[in-house]
Design a protein around this ligand. Structure first.
Ligand code: PHE
Length: 365
């Protein structure tokens, strides 16, 4: 067979190959080790130089054209196979959505996500700490020594055992130990919030033995009460989605802050319901106690291993469940933790409704 006829036969058969397997068989037949084109290439060695000069280019051109034909046929076969697959796989966009999406985001999780979003925008990271704490982090390092009366006020759940260092173990009574843990682990400067579960032996319509707090802590140079007030105001305006949130700072006492301030928010009466916003001193308005805060006590900064002459800061702690109740209108805290499907369906949030600053952090149930 001449090179020309071998070539035209090969191209014809390749073009006619119906599937990938047939094509592969042809590749082996022509270009494989024992293939006819490969055989021709081997004859080049035995040719005279003159012969090789005329035959060489022809044989190489043949190999090239067979190689190209195989590649383009393969492309066509693959494309056809994909086309066929796409035509057979259908996805019916007209199918109805499930009647009711199952599962929802608990208001506590929703509010925590909202808080993280708001504070991330202010440059705060989210820190965590253990719920099973030792009394050094929960009390001592927060300037509450063994005999301190504030310890008794916390209705603490203690464990019977102590840790290896002889510290009493307990369920943390507030998120403030995360202040200590973060300062010890990361040093300064710091800007964190620490949301999480806390535990106190207490139970009625507005108290449950387990509830949620979010701690805020800023440690830097030259921090003062003005920074605290601005931060709280900015946070509460974003959270309640109202620009007329008015704060009242009252002197208070916490062992770990000095000075300490209790923060009240003004409310107004809207159709018999107290809604946050407006000046609490205006007629028909009032003040609601919302959170505890203050400048971090220098002793706490020392306990955490930092130099209080170099670093100052503010801290605050606020009840997450309480924030959820105020924003979304529940009145019994106990229902938060009953797991009643009707309550969850009523107050829960869609998992697709991620709080963002641009779309509004306050999705509606
Ligand atoms: N830990 C305090 C509480 O649980 C709240 C608080 C936090 C107060 C930080 C001041 C600073 O009541």
């Amino acid at each position: 067979m001449t090179i020309e006829s071998l070539g035209s036969e090969a191209l014809e058969r390749i073009t006619a190959a119906g599937d990938a397997a047939a094509l592969e068989a042809l590749r082996v037949e022509y270009l494989g080790k024992q293939g006819s084109v490969s055989g021709l290439l081997k004859t080049l060695g035995k040719m005279s130089p003159e012969e090789r000069q005329t035959e060489g280019p022809k044989i190489h051109a043949l190999r090239q054209s067979v190689t190209d034909a195989l590649a383009s046929r393969k492309e066509a076969i693959d494309a056809a196979a994909l086309e066929q697959q796409l035509a057979s796989e259908t996805f019916d966009l007209t199918l109805p959505a499930p009647e009711r999406p199952r599962g929802s985001v608990h208001p506590v999780s929703q509010v925590m996500d909202e808080l993280a979003e708001i504070f991330a925008d202010l440059g705060f990271a989210v820190a965590t700490g253990p719920e099973v704490e030792d009394d050094w982090h929960n009390f001592t390092a927060l300037n509450m020594p063994e005999s301190h009366p504030a310890r008794a006020m916390h209705d603490t759940f203690y464990f019977p055992d102590r840790d290896e260092e002889g510290r009493r173990m307990l369920l943390r009574t507030h998120t403030s130990p995360v202040q200590i843990r973060t300062m010890v682990a990361e040093g300064a400067p710091l800007r964190i919030i620490a949301p999480g579960r806390v535990y106190r032996s207490d139970s009625d319509a507005t108290h449950t033995p387990m509830f949620h707090q979010v701690e805020g802590l800023v440690i830097d140079k030259g921090i003062h009460l003005g920074h605290l007030k601005w931060t709280l105001e900015t946070f509460l305006k974003a959270f309640f989605e109202r620009d007329d949130i008015v704060l009242r700072l009252r002197p208070s006492y916490f062992p770990f802050t000095e000075p300490s301030v209790e923060v009240d928010v003004g409310w107004e009466n809207v159709g018999g319901r107290r809604v946050l916003g407006g000046d609490g001193d205006a007629p028909g308005h009032g003040w609601m106690e919302l959170l505890g805060s203050g400048m971090v006590n220098r002793r706490v900064i020392e306990f955490a291993g930092l130099d209080p002459d170099e670093w100052q800061g503010f801290a605050f702690g606020v009840g997450v469940d309480r924030l959820a109740m105020l924003k979304y209108g529940m009145d019994d805290l106990r229902a938060f933790f009953d797991g009643d499907i009707r309550w969850l369906q009523h107050y829960g949030f869609s998992a697709f409704d991620q709080p963002t600053l641009s779309a509004g952090v306050g999705a509606r149930p």
